[in-house]
Structure formats: C-alpha cells, structure tokens
Ligand binder design. Structure first.
Ligand SMILES: Nc1ncnc2c1ncn2[C@@H]1O[C@H](COP(=O)(O)OP(=O)(O)OP(=O)(O)O)[C@@H](O)[C@H]1O
Length: 680
C-alpha cells in the first residue's frame, strides 16, 4: 500500500494509508445531467466508509467508476488494489441467477476469481454459516429477500477481497439482520479490509468510521459521524445532513458546473488480461448450469428446427387430398367397367381408360347433368369438371389417323373440356398438372398393347428426356427446403444470442461478472462456443431428417450445404450479438429479429423465385444475408454443382461477408458503448 498525502486544504498535511482517493472527479451522462462535479473523496485503509446522499445524487455512478465499470470524464481514482479480482462488489440489484443454487453460484463467481474448487467450497461453507444461509443446494430464486441479499454479500466476499464496495447491502432487510451484517463488516474492517458502503438509512451509517455526505455532485462533508454531528451542532446524522444541505443551497451556486480538466478521467485499476482460460471455463460452467436448470427451453431451441423441417415436409409440396373433380361422360358411360379392365381392349371407350387413369390421383364424381356439376363447382363441392363428348374415342382416333377428314364438330368432339375453379393458384395448377400427367401415363401404358389404339393417344409431339438437373418428381418442398433450413438457422441463433445477452445485461448479471474480472471477449467467445454446439446439433438433425428421412432426393456432397447452414447460423449469432449491444431492451431486439426474418422470407426467394421479383428490389435482395447462400444450397443439392461454380462460391462469399460486417458492427458498438452495458 502506498502512502498518499491527504491535504485538507489548510496545508495541514496528514500522512495516512489511503485505500481509495478520488480527486476532482467529473462525470456526466449528458450535458444536463452532471453527476460528479469536481468530486473528492478519501477512504482510509481498514475502515468502513459510509457514503450517504439523497436518491439519484450519484452514489451508484461513483461506485461504478471505482470498480472500473464506468469511466470518469475527468479526474483521477487512485486505489490501493491493482486488479479487479482484489475488489468485492455487491451491486444494488441482486444480479444473480435465480435458477442456480447457492453452490453453483459460488462455483461460478469463485471460478471467475480464478479460485480452486476446493477453496470455493471451504470459503463458501464458512460464509454460508456466518450469514446463516439455508443449505448450499437451495435455489437462489427460492430464498427469502433477506437471504438473497445476504447471499449476494457472500458472493462479494468469497475471494477475500481487500476492498469491498457495497451498494445498499441492507436495503429492505429487517433491523436484526442489518445489525448482524454491520457487525460482520466491522470484523472485516478490523482485519484490515476497506469497505465503502452506501445506504439510505442515515442513522445506520453511524457505525462507519467515516461518513461522506454527497449532494449535487460534490461531497458536503467527510469526517467521522461524531465530528459531523458536532460540527453541525446536531443530535442525529439525519439532522446534520439536513443542515449541511441547507448550507449548500444557500451558498454560492455550488450546483454550477465547475471547470473540468481537459484530461480524460483516469484510474489506477489495471486492465484485466484479455483472455483467461479459467474465466472462460467459468462462463462455460455457468452456461452449463443454466442449460440444465432450463432444459425445457434448451430442448425447444435444439429441436425447433427439427420440428419446423418435419412440419414443412408434412405440409408442403404434397398433392392436396382429396381433390374432387366432376366427370360428365357423354360417351356411353354405362360401358365404363367398374372393375379393372384390359387397357388394350378396344371395346372399352378411351374416355373410360382416361377416367380410370385419373382416378388413381383425383377423386372423381360422376354427373349426368352439366348444370349440377356447375352448381357444385360454384359452391365449392368440387374443383371443376371434365366433359367427354359422345364420340370422343372415335374422333380422337380420327384426329390422328385422318385429321383432314374432320369437320369442326368432329374436332370439338375429340377434345376433353375442362371447366375448373381457378381461384386457388396452387390447387388449380396441380389439377391441371394431374390431368395432363394422367394422359401421358395412359399413353405410356398403351405402348404394351401393340394395337392401333396406342397411336391414338400418343399425342403430344414432345418427349421429356432425362433431366439435366433434378428429377421429374421435383415439387415445391424441394424448392423451399433450403430456404426454410436457412431461415430457421439464422433466426434461432439470432434470437438465442441477442436475448440471452440482453437478459443478462438488463438483470445486471453481465455487469457483476465483468466487475469480477470477466472480459467482454470471454463473454463473446463462450457464447459462440455454446452457439456452435447448438448449431451443429440443429443442422445435423435437420439434414438427417430432410435428406435421409424425407428423402429430399438430390443431395450432392453434403459437407458444402452443411457448412453453408452452419455459416448462416453463425451469421445469425453475430447479428444477434451486435443487436444486443446496440439495443438495451428485449422488446426492441425481438422486434428487430421479426423484421429481419419477415424481410428474408419475402426477399430471399423462399416464396417465389427471385428471378420473378421487381428488378430494383431484386438488386437489393442480392445483398441480404441469405439470398445468395440459399441459392448456393439449392444449386449444390439440385444441380450438383461444385464449390468452384460461381453461384456456389458467391453464396459462401456473401454469408462470410455478412459475418465480417456483423463482427465489425459488434466491435464498433462495443467501442461506442464502452463495453456491454445496460442503459441503466
Ligand atoms: N446510464 C445512465 N444514463 C443516463 N443517466 C443515468 C445513467 N445511470 C444513472 N443515471 C442518472 O444519474 C443519476 C444518478 O444515478 P445513481 O444511480 O448514480 O444515483 P444513486 O445516488 O445511486 O441513487 P439511489 O440512491 O436511488 O440508488 C440519476 O439521475 C440517474 O437517472
């Protein structure tokens, strides 16, 4: 401990051991809210210093500056301790995990202080008995208010710090518990520990060795309780404080902002090392405890992509069933056999064979009256009707054998007339496809008959050869799968990272851990490790279900689409990280996440190919995180393109660029906001 000159301003110089010396401190959150206005304070080593002042006068701000969480705008803080882990900080809010039990919390904070498990256990047991806390397995959230506050104090004392900073440790406690805490603090100060304590209970502070009365950014008085009362000729500290406040108000406008040094604020507290494996392990341990305590949430996060992909495959792309279609067969319909028949039998009308083929896929309803079929279509009982004319078979045959001999009535008779309900784009397209496909299937089936009938329907002068890419069975689910997987990866990782950091930030948990020595880098790295584990599990299960169980048919070399899905998830994590640093509350974060997903749904080609998009919008969508990477996954799967193909490598470049952009935004926000900080 160094010796510091304590100048009382009257050239009466005492040489004492100071634990904290604050000189000419200035701090303002904005030009109109000056919190510290040339503030000076001296705390002697091995003493209790009671910092008193009205609510909002800046006590917490001052303590934050001392523990290194906030920076002075000007002035200097000289501490006898060098490192954060030599300070024990108990914030005003409890800032502990409700789900953790006493032992788990002590393990976490002890590991942050780089203590061994043995040491944590021994010290923890001692503190639990001194503070009369319930058994170590008791969950923090289930303890009484008084027990929680005493436990919060235990956490600050665990590593036996030399300097204790306690922000209202006795607030809300009954007098007996408060008295026992003060007694314990007295014992600690007798052992050489320095304690700075804030309280609203002015009389309670009489137990301090020294009291600082703070108001409007300055210290009105700093002396022992008896000296303060004597100097004001008051019986109680409360009345002394009132007299001093009155004197301050009457004095020359002390609330005027004093001249601030142009030098930025400084502190003697050393920066914590950038990365410590022990602290990193503590973060992982905390995440593990959190996961086992919140296993339903974790299971939900792990399995949501799986649920989405299963639901997607069970709901999208299948032929809607039942599709009812009306049939009016003027061609001797009584001749249509109900049982199976020989396709090559020329006695059976072609209409019957065609109807029979269609019935394999569509539910057909037979009508005699066209009017009734029309009415049923109008009221939605059927999706439309097909009409075969009297001489359909003969005229179809004639059409191919001798079309020049046909009259326009003959031609009309050779045509099947379809009147469909076209109000539903998807269903009407599927019905049309099915009608045409049945015709093609029939014509293929005729090939084995080897009769003249065969040629009669082998009609369309177009033959679909083996596809260059993909298969004939391709449906909209094959098209949409890449986009669904990508959006789920991006959104879930975004939400998980953003909300977990926002939640810890706003409950003061991150703040408390950072004061205990944790660095922002360690917070980010541990978050990414958890996220990576989650991502790999999510992507693996999703891929297994999509490609193996639901037999999404054209998977190329799986490693490339899988890597793209992982990169999309990482991108979501980094965007979530940046968002949680920029925005303070969970509502804004959630709103931002929803906007991001909705925009991706419409703009990245999940609903409709981007080739059909408005040309200006199309240019913009190219720069969104998912557009190019989704196209790359689709091309890898459906077209079997290699990584060297421009569409594929551009997908990788696009998502990697977004990751880099999100990291840069994160770094910039951390710099502008001076770390991960809640608004209040
Ligand atoms: N991050 C912040 N941004 C803007 N204003 C802030 C911030 N933190 C605190 N303030 C404001 O600074 C002032 C001092 O707040 P602080 O919490 O330091 O007071 P306090 O003396 O500890 O109050 P209390 O005794 O009620 O806890 C208050 O007016 C508060 O609204």
């Amino acid at each position: 401990m160094q010796d510091v000159n304590l100048d009382d301003g009257n050239s009466n110089i005492n040489k004492v051991n100071l634990s904290v010396k604050i000189t000419n401190a200035f701090k303002a959150y904005n030009p109109t809210t000056v919190i510290l206005n040339g503030f000076n304070m001296n705390v002697e080593e091995g003493t209790i210093y009671g910092l008193l002042g009205p609510s909002g006068c800046g006590k917490t701000t001052l303590l934050s500056c001392i523990v290194g969480r906030a920076r002075l705008d000007a002035g200097h803080i000289q501490l006898s301790v060098k490192h954060k882990k030599e300070i024990g900080y108990m914030p005003q809010e409890l800032a502990l995990y409700n789900e953790f039990n006493i032992l788990e919390t002590l393990h976490y904070f002890g590991s942050l202080y780089e203590m061994s498990f043995e040491d944590i256990k021994n010290k923890g047991e001692k503190l639990i008995s001194i503070m009369e806390l319930p058994p170590a397995k008791t969950q923090f959230g289930l303890m009484s208010g008084g027990q929680q506050r005493r436990f919060s104090l235990c956490t600050a004392l665990l590593h036996d710090p030399n300097l204790l900073i306690l922000d209202e440790p006795t607030v809300g406690l009954d007098p007996i518990i408060s008295a026992s805490i003060w007694e314990y603090l007295k014992d600690l100060s007798n052992c050489g520990k320095t304690i700075i304590i804030t309280t609203h209970y002015i009389e309670e502070a009489r137990l301090s060795n020294k009291i600082g009365l703070m108001r409007k950014g300055i210290l009105l008085s700093e002396a022992s309780p008896l000296e303060i009362m004597a100097s004001c000729n008051a019986d109680t500290l409360e009345s002394a404080f009132l007299i001093l406040s009155q004197m301050q108000s009457n004095a020359v406008k002390t609330e005027e902002i004093k001249t601030m040094s142009t030098q930025p604020g400084t502190t003697s507290l050393k920066n914590t090392s950038f990365f410590s494996f022990k602290r990193f392990k503590a973060q992982l341990l905390k995440n593990w405890y959190w996961s086992i305590r919140n296993w339903p949430i974790i299971m939900f996060i792990y399995f949501l992509p799986l649920i989405v992909i299963v639901t997607f495959n069970l709901t999208i792309g299948q032929m809607p069933k039942p599709i009812h279609l009306g049939i009016i067969n003027r061609e001797n319909s009584t001749h249509c056999p109900h049982r199976s028949f020989d396709l090559c039998d020329n006695q059976i009308p072609l209409s019957c064979k065609y109807i029979n083929e269609m019935e394999k896929h569509i539910s057909l309803k037979h009508y005699d009256e066209i009017q009734i079929a029309k009415e049923d279509t109008m009221d939605g009982s059927i999706w439309g009707y097909l009409k075969f004319e009297n001489n359909y078979t003969d005229m179809t045959q004639l059409r191919y054998e001798n079309p020049s001999a046909m009259t326009s009535e003959d031609l009309n008779e050779s045509v099947v007339k379809a009147s469909l309900d076209m109000s539903n784009y998807v269903v009407s397209k599927l019905i049309q496809g099915r009608i045409i496909q049945s015709y093609k299937d029939l014509s293929s089936a005729f090939k084995r008959c080897n009769t003249t009938t065969v040629t009669t329907v082998n009609s369309i002068p177009l033959k679909m050869m083996e596809p260059v890419h993909g298969t004939f069975e391709v449906n909209v689910a094959n098209y949409g799968a890449a986009a669904v997987i990508s959006i789920v990866e991006l959104y879930l990782t975004f939400m998980f990272t953003a909300l977990s950091i926002n939640m810890e930030k706003n409950s003061g948990l991150i703040e408390r851990s950072l004061v205990s020595g944790l660095t922002v880098f360690e917070v980010i790295i541990s978050q990414l490790v958890v996220q990576m584990i989650m991502l790999v599990v999510q992507a693996t299960t999703t891929f297994i279900f999509q490609f193996a169980i639901f037999k999404h048919s054209f998977l190329s070399f799986w490693i490339w689409p899988f890597s793209l899905a992982i990169l999309q998830g990482l991108c979501g994590s980094f965007i979530g990280l940046a968002t949680s640093i920029i925005f303070d509350d969970e509502k804004t974060t959630t709103f931002f996440g929803i906007c991001m997903v909705l925009s991706q749904v419409f703009l990245s080609g999940i609903m409709w190919p981007i080739e059909g998009m408005n040309p200006y919008l199309k240019k913009v969508t190219m720069y969104l995180p998912l557009t190019k990477s989704i196209e790359a996954i689709r091309s890898l799967n459906a077209r079997n393109w290699e990584i060297s193909h421009p569409v594929v490598w551009q997908g990788f470049i696009s998502i990697l660029t977004w990751i880099v952009v999100a990291i840069l935004i994160t770094m910039l926000s951390l710099r502008l906001k001076h770390g991960i900080k809640a608004k209040r």
